[in-house]
Design a binder for this molecule. Structure first.
Ligand code: AMP
Length: 396
């Protein structure tokens, strides 16, 4: 793997694609700076070598060019604090200002470019746009795992302009190493925990995992498609009616491959999709009409926790219930605690990004698991066995 450890960057202008797509409140204050914090070691290594750093990122999903709300300038104060030095800013990621500011950079200085997605060419993977970005630096580093599954100008197309000077940053390197560890080097028993709203989003990963895991735990909204496929009553719970056959097939495949499949045995059901709903516990397949399952129940927590606590490798992707609402976070929290317990006992635990990472962070347990991925979609695609454009571009 070509990482920044294999080079010294003294005297170079190093273009780093980072993932600074952080949430901001209405006063443009950063509410979760994990993604910025994750990129610091890469930035600091290059500065310490005597290189100058040019940071490029997207923020949000701007639709019509430059928009105040999505300006990366809002990140300058916090980024300066974290780095302990001034951060310069170019109001446009390409064009004369960016060219001049990049040229004038001294070793040890940092320049942040304006939001890449103010140009439609970024997501289109436009070669001319990538070339303009490339002209700002003489080395390219990709440290944005969260967008590595996208063939965008700054994440993959740009790499062709740096045939001998392109590297993975530390975030990318550790993401790939940890994913590999789970996929190809898992200590047994290996348990995958799948949750979230839809089976359809995760079918490919589930199928792939059936060849690798000893235990497969399925919770969250997707479990009701399995309950329905088994002929149970699921009330108004989330269901994908066109995936019933698939749910049956997955159960059969698990059996054929000797994988133990665990589904919820009881559920917290609610009379509406709201935090102040009336709730009760219902057995799986016995949910009354007009009630919906929004979390796993206490018997299920016991069952799942025991499996998790006896595992040596754990991969978790997707919450067990609607954890964003206080009334339905108990199951997800209990599973997070079981993962922590297993980790304390020597298991390796990898938390897939997105909602599972948000849940673990909400419970203050991020530091208590082995690794929390910064990429939701990117991690899923990598684990499904797909070649990520952002990874391929550096490896080629
Ligand atoms: P995903 O993006 O597919 O990983 O799904 C995450 C979302 O699934 C979260 O926003 C959860 O609130 C939601 N979710 C989990 N369990 C349920 C459920 N039983 N019913 C509805 N939504 C759920």
């Amino acid at each position: 793997m070509k990482t920044i450890d294999q080079a010294s960057f003294a005297g170079k202008n190093v273009l780093i694609r980072v993932d600074f797509n952080v949430p901001l409140d209405e006063n443009y204050k950063i509410t979760d700076d994990n993604r910025i914090a994750a990129a610091l070691p890469t930035i600091k290594k290059i500065l310490a070598d005597g290189g100058a750093v040019i940071l490029m990122s997207h923020l949000g999903r701007p639709k019509d060019g430059p928009t105040e709300k999505y300006s990366l300038k809002h990140l300058i104060p916090h980024l300066s604090d974290l780095l302990g030095q001034e951060v310069q800013f170019a109001n446009d990621c390409i064009g004369q200002e960016a060219i001049d500011k990049a040229k004038e950079l001294e070793p040890g200085e940092v320049l942040l470019l304006e939001n890449l997605r103010f140009y439609k060419q970024e997501e289109k993977g436009d070669v001319e746009f990538a070339k303009k970005l490339a002209a700002l630096g003489n080395v390219y580093v990709n440290d944005a795992f969260g967008t590595a599954h996208r063939a965008h100008a700054s994440t993959s197309v740009i790499a062709q302009f740096f045939p001998d000077a392109k590297y993975f940053g530390y975030v990318m390197a550790s993401e790939l190493e940890n994913a590999e560890k789970v996929l190809n080097n898992a200590a047994k028993p290996f348990t995958a925990i799948m949750g979230g709203s839809k089976v359809s989003d995760k079918i490919q990963l589930i199928e792939k995992l059936l060849d690798k895991v000893d235990n497969l735990i399925i919770g969250g909204g997707m479990a009701y498609t399995f309950a329905k496929a088994d002929g149970g009553n699921i009330g108004t719970s989330l269901v994908e009616m066109d995936k019933l056959e698939l749910a049956k097939n997955l159960q059969q495949k698990a059996k054929d491959k000797g994988v133990k499949l665990f589904l919820p045995v009881d559920n917290v059901v609610a009379d509406k999709f709201a935090n102040d709903a009336q709730t009760k516990i219902a057995k799986t397949g016995e949910i009354d009409d007009n009630w919906m399952g929004l979390d796993i129940g206490p018997e299920t927590i016991k069952l799942f926790s025991e499996v998790i606590e006896n595992s040596k490798t754990i991969l978790w992707n997707g919450p067990m219930g609607v954890f964003e609402m206080e009334s339905f976070l108990v199951g997800t929290k209990a599973i997070a605690e079981a993962v922590v317990k297993a980790t304390d006992n020597g298991a390796f635990s990898l938390i897939g990004g997105g909602d599972s990472a948000a849940a673990v962070s909400k419970f203050g347990l991020t530091e208590r698991v082995s690794y929390v991925s910064t990429g939701g979609g990117a991690l899923l695609e990598y684990m499904e066995g797909k070649e990520l454009p952002g990874v391929k571009a550096i490896n080629d």
